[in-house]
Design a protein around this ligand. Structure first.
Ligand code: SF4
Length: 281
């Protein structure tokens, strides 16, 4: 295997365009972003070098995630990220999942349509994943401007579904400062346009940057009850010990709603994708 520049776990290759600048890893500034407290940044490579990494390591994954340490699709890199995906689908013959919080232009949708059609032609999947972590304005500090509003991102999901993509709604991570009703509202508003919904437990480091931004008033007893300590991340190989907030109430409530709406739900993308391919793909 060539030098490790991105994340490979034997099934997934997780890649991105890397940090936006030397001082800013992402165009957005989500309060809960794991990169603030230790999630590893990926390499900052041009498209030829990213493709070379993917081709050299083709035996070590069966799906490519354009995701991870930055939102590669957020302005000012939207066109670059889309042209990278277009090259990936033309040159790797592989399922692809991309994740973003951004909005797209009509030109962008034309490119996405070509990508979706190419994946269909080659018998591969294109999972278009839109992240929406809250609905209520009361917790808008979690996803500060210029992140598009939840309504704008729901419109992106609908448009991608109409273009023929397999659509994924990532309500990740579930956060204790967001009411479970918020997640039900997002599902209701995007019903009919989502194939897969994802939740995820919430990782933070006590007293760290994420902790301070997500819990400006500290943690109360009802949150602390669902926290375990000293965990490693399963989707990144950083050395930090993380606290995890994990709520069966949130998970069960969202799962039941997804069952009612005929949406595949999982706390793990790999499990959800396997289920989708087995039952609907
Ligand atoms: S969009 Fe993703 S990478 Fe960027 S700040 Fe938000 S969580 Fe972090």
């Amino acid at each position: 295997m060539s030098e490790k520049l991105f994340f490979l776990d034997g099934k997934r290759a997780m890649i991105s365009l890397g940090p936006l600048t030397t001082n800013q890893y992402c165009p957005y500034k989500c309060a809960f972003c794991y990169v603030q407290d230790g999630f590893k940044k990926y390499a900052n490579l041009d498209e030829d070098a990213i493709l070379k990494f993917l081709i050299d390591n083709r035996a070590h994954y069966n799906i490519i995630y354009v995701s991870g340490d930055t939102d590669s699709f957020a302005p000012p890199r939207t066109n670059r990220a889309l042209s990278l995906i277009e090259r990936i689908v033309l040159e790797t013959d592989c399922d692809v999942l991309f994740t973003t919080r951004t909005k797209f232009t009509e030109d962008n949708y034309d490119t996405l349509k070509r990508i979706i059609e190419e994946q269909r032609r080659t018998g591969n999947h294109l999972f278009a994943c839109i992240s929406i972590t809250r609905y209520s304005d009361e917790v808008s500090y979690l996803e500060p401007y210029p992140i598009p509003t939840p309504e704008e991102r729901i419109k992106v999901l609908k448009r991608l579904k109409c273009l023929g993509a397999t659509t994924v709604l990532a309500m990740r991570p579930f956060l204790p400062v967001v009411s479970v009703q918020d997640y039900l509202t997002i599902l209701e508003k995007s019903r009919g346009y989502i194939d897969i919904a994802l939740g995820e437990c919430f990782y933070f480091i006590p007293g760290g940057k994420i902790y301070k931004r997500v819990f400006p008033n500290g943690i109360n007893q009802s949150i602390a009850r669902n926290v375990t300590h000293g965990n490693k991340m399963i989707f990144d190989d950083n050395d930090e010990d993380w606290d995890i907030w994990d709520s069966s109430e949130y998970e069960d409530t969202v799962r039941n709603k997804c069952n009612e709406l005929n949406i595949i739900f999982s706390m793990h993308s790999e499990e959800a994708i396997e289920k989708y391919i087995k039952t609907r793909g």
